[in-house]
Write a protein that binds this ligand. Structure first.
Ligand code: ATP
Length: 213
């Protein structure tokens, strides 16, 4: 059987339990064999640089996920000595898993509108399918026209040809209204975030004096 692989990228500054729960839900909903959780190395499309270093964000992702089946922290973007682009990561994964593999790029609705600003974004659809879900804490911005046309076309095709790349699938999943931004702000204000972060991540943040702790 061809493997079904998910790619869940993000800044993860820090990874929180909603990220973990979403990765689990995506794995189960799409029946993925493995989800590559890919912390961004030098995020080029964010207005502000992450507060934690790439290595610290990687460490917190590992502490959050432990050895959970099917969820795997992938350090390739952090290790890349130049800005990392999703298209490159997908090209590498396509080469590693072969043409028969089903690759799914997993992104929240807030990130989807920005997709046409990503490097060689159209090429992404030649490498992977896209799974998108709405975040309850953020509105899903309107789609730019270049993406809206593709979105409609792919929706019509629906998912009968599951091995064809470029499918877009909209998912309704029980996402939580939690963001890393809100967590960073709460930590800086001295508020506890125990229920939102893995206990080992809380300890790590305190040890490393991250986010004003
Ligand atoms: P920040 O607040 O710093 O922007 P974030 O919590 O939004 O961080 P990212 O690292 O930017 O986290 O997100 C990685 C991926 O996880 C994105 O696709 C984003 O849409 C998704 N995501 C983040 N938080 C949630 C949430 N609460 N529910 C569902 N998806 C989420």
């Amino acid at each position: 059987m061809s493997p079904r692989i998910g790619v869940f990228g993000g800044t993860f500054d820090p990874m929180h339990l909603a990220h973990r729960d979403m990765a689990r839900a995506l794995r189960d909903e799409l029946a993925l064999d493995k989800v590559h959780i890919v912390p961004a190395g030098q995020p080029y499309h964010r207005a502000q640089a992450p507060q934690a270093s790439a290595e610290q964000r990687l460490a917190m992702a590992r502490l959050t996920l432990g050895d959970e089946a099917g969820l795997w922290v992938d350090a390739r973007e952090v290790r890349r000595p130049r800005p990392a682009y999703t298209v490159e990561t997908l090209t590498e994964l396509r080469a590693e898993y072969g043409e028969a593999a089903e690759l799914w790029l997993l992104i929240g609705g807030d990130s989807l509108a920005a997709l046409p600003g990503w490097r060689h974004w159209q090429q992404i659809f030649t490498l992977a399918n896209l799974a998108v879900w709405q975040r309850p804490d953020l509105p899903t911005p309107p789609l730019p026209p270049e993406l809206a046309a593709r979105w409609q076309a792919r929706q019509v095709a629906d998912f009968s040809k599951r091995t064809q790349y470029g499918t877009i699938r909209a998912l309704t999943l029980p996402a939580q209204a939690v963001s890393a931004t809100a967590i960073r702000q709460a930590l800086a204000a001295g508020q506890p975030c125990a229920g939102l972060l893995a206990p080992a991540v809380v300890d790590y943040i305190n040890q490393q004096h991250l986010y004003g702790r």
